[in-house]
Design a protein around this ligand. Structure first.
Ligand SMILES: O=C(O)C(=O)C[C@]1(C(=O)O)C=C[C@@H](O)C=C1
Length: 364
């Protein structure tokens, strides 16, 4: 390519950037107007609801449907995700609590869902995320709920039994783990590997093959593991890219998870009900009486009405020995007439039924 051609293309890019800049500013001004309209139409004592997950899902879907390339749909939606995040911040900067410390996959999930124009606060434990939301100190919380290799995150499920929360969104993240070391680590003298218990389990086979005699130490998070390694010469950590970059660690081995499709699903928790979008999921907790066929009775209405169950998990109820609750996710919104009828049928048989929330299926 000649210098001349390159120059001409850069002039074109500059002119396109100017147009994009103008359009983004126009859009931001529109969001400010939206905020004004939302605030003006309030009844006495009513608070404006700036964040609208159902609208955000619709905007991102529309972008993906209309995208003609060459950028891929996900890439384009990520750009719009950030534009919308900044527009919302003009209306009201969202406060988000997540399972910290900084550098966890949960933080990455929070950014993927809400974008970067939020005020985010790392919490030391899942229960603290729930408490922060319940206290109204933040608008939303982000917690991991299940991993495709290791299954349910029981702390999160148990926290739903103790707190009244509304699930308002979900996001899935591909989880890649690396073996990380610090500047001072003697790589042939590693005697200890730190990570979160779930991550150690997700890399079990790799560790058995490569470090069979090294002590595996479970700590509160992957980011905490990365932090510890910085100051020690004989240890390594298993963590992801965010933690590696944050603590300046080197990747001794990359993508060491046993399953290449290893993914974690995260939930957004808050106090806000989300209206139907036509492509939603619902999460419920049900407890049945301890009698033969109880689980069958619970599942029949879903089967009879052709409702797609996406997950079912059992946990001790914590209110009696050998009694259990079921966490069920299914496709549909609790306001859909068919789903309403199914939930009514189940509640006739159940000891208790609680709808944790209906929310748009993850777009990104
Ligand atoms: O449509 C709205 O209600 C808006 O507030 C605008 C907007 C946007 O930028 O598109 C911003 C925040 C909401 O969460 C959803 C959409």
């Amino acid at each position: 390519m000649s210098e001349q051609e390159l120059k001409a293309l850069r002039v074109r890019i500059d002119s396109l950037d100017e147009k994009i800049l103008e359009l983004i500013s126009d859009r931001a001004r529109c969001a400010e107007e939206v905020a004004r309209v939302k605030t003006a139409s309030l009844a006495e004592g009513e608070k404006p609801v700036f964040y609208r997950p159902e609208r955000e899902a619709a905007v991102l879907k529309r972008v993906m449907e209309r995208n003609k390339g060459p950028l891929g749909n996900e890439e384009m939606a990520r750009l719009f995700r950030e534009i919308m995040s900044s527009c919302l911040a003009l209306e009201e900067p969202l406060k988000i609590a997540y399972l910290g410390p900084e550098g966890t996959f949960t933080q990455a999930a929070a950014m993927k869902h809400f974008g970067h124009a939020v005020i985010s606060r790392p919490m030391a434990a899942i229960d603290e995320v729930f408490r922060e939301v319940a206290a109204g100190a933040v608008n939303f919380g982000v917690v991991p709920v299940e991993n495709s290799t290791e299954g349910a995150v029981s702390h999160t499920l148990d926290s739903f039994l103790e707190h009244d929360m509304v699930i308002c969104g979900e996001v899935e993240l591909r989880i890649h783990h690396h073996l990380l070391v610090g500047e001072n680590t003697k790589t042939d003298s590693i005697t200890r590997i730190y990570s979160h218990a779930q991550s150690l389990a997700q890399c079990r086979k790799w560790l058995d093959a490569h470090y069979p005699n090294v002590e595996r130490v479970a700590v509160s998070s992957n980011a905490e593991a990365a932090k510890r390694v910085k100051g020690e010469w004989n240890s390594a950590a298993i963590a992801g890219d965010m933690a590696a970059n944050l603590y300046g660690l080197t990747r001794l081995a990359e993508k060491i998870e046993d399953r290449p499709d290893n993914s974690t699903r995260f939930l957004m928790i808050g106090n806000q009900e989300v209206p139907p979008t036509g492509d939603d999921k619902t999460s419920i907790i049900v407890s049945m009486s301890n009698k033969p066929g109880a689980l069958h009775e619970l599942l029949v209405p879903f089967h009879d009405n052709g409702i797609d169950l996406t997950r079912i998990e059992t946990r001790p109820s914590r209110s009696g020995k050998w009694t259990y609750v079921f966490f069920i996710d299914f496709v549909g919104h609790h306001r859909d007439p068919l789903i309403k009828a199914v939930l009514e049928k189940i509640s006739q048989e159940a000891v208790a039924l609680k709808v944790l929330g209906s929310y748009p299926k993850a777009v990104l």
